[in-house]
Write a new protein. Structure first.
Length: 286
């Protein structure tokens, strides 16, 4: 984890706990004597790919540095129903404060990693890579994109700042593809750091326009059929990195990959994925 990622995580943990705990976990305070110690174990209730374990450890440390956590899996592992991926021992009050945030993060990230892994496996051997998008939960993008990588996917741009992606609205507002690309290239030349340019196209005519103008790095074929993608890839002939987006599902992704595209981006990996079921349960010792 980089320093920037660590700072993002710590700020997120602080805000999430403030939202949840408020002026105290009054249920635990009322029912469990202060100073009580115990143990809990995180149990998998649905098969999938584990993600978010590193972040869970950070939550436990943030809540109470005296908590002792033992892990039995690592991020990216395939887990099965009944697997115990960690145990945490120490203050029961601290364990219960950390519980919901740990589960929310790990369930969300593991669900994304599992969905990504399933899609990546479906096109294994084709040479096509699976990308995420900016269709993420606000302020959780750094976690959701990490989960995509854990599942075997590739991260697209993180935000508006690290790549120029000329989409249909940019083209329409700029007055056309040529105008949008020309202005983007002029702006690119004035920047003090490298930044790539990608253009989204809606049909074969726009593919030809992009090729005629030139000067971009990647072309996104939006809502093309597999047959149209095959024709576009043949026309582009390696001059640009190719990406396809829109209407991609587990049922048709194989057809798109077979069409020879370099990348397939899928917003559903992060915007509508189901969390992986798991729970943190008290381990009662006789």
């Amino acid at each position: 984890m980089t320093q920037i990622e660590n700072e993002l995580l710590l700020r997120f943990i602080a805000a999430a706990l403030a939202e949840d705990v408020g002026d105290g976990d009054h249920t635990s305070i009322a029912t469990i004597p202060a100073g009580s110690a115990g143990q809990a174990q995180l149990i998998i209730k649905e098969a999938g790919i584990l993600a978010g374990l590193e972040e869970a450890l950070a939550v436990f440390r943030y809540v109470d540095e005296t908590l002792v956590v033992s892990t039995f899996s690592t991020d990216g592992d395939a887990v099965a129903v009944g697997d115990v991926v960690l145990t945490v021992t120490g203050s029961i009050h601290s364990i219960l404060i950390a519980e919901r945030l740990v589960l929310n993060m790990m369930q969300r990230m593991s669900g994304i990693a599992t969905a990504t892994h399933r899609i990546v496996a479906a096109i294994a051997g084709t040479g096509t890579k699976v990308l995420d998008t900016r269709k993420t939960t606000p302020l959780l993008r750094f976690l959701e994109k990490k989960a995509v990588k854990t599942g075997g996917g590739v991260n697209h741009r993180f935000g508006l700042h690290d790549m120029m992606l000329i989409k249909d609205n940019h083209v329409d507002y700029a007055g056309g593809i040529k105008e949008a690309i020309t202005r983007a290239r002029e702006y690119q030349g004035k920047m003090k750091r490298p930044i790539a340019i990608e253009v989204e196209v809606r049909d074969m005519e726009e593919v030809q326009e992009v090729l005629a103008v030139g000067g971009v790095d990647r072309i996104m074929l939006d809502n093309f059929t597999p047959g149209e993608v095959r024709k576009a890839v043949a026309l582009i002939d390696g001059r640009l990195v190719t990406e396809v987006s829109g209407g991609i599902t587990a049922d048709n992704i194989g057809d798109y990959a077979a069409a020879g595209v370099d990348f397939i981006s899928i917003g559903a990996l992060t915007h509508s994925v189901k969390g992986l079921d798991m729970s943190l349960k008290a381990k009662v010792v006789d």
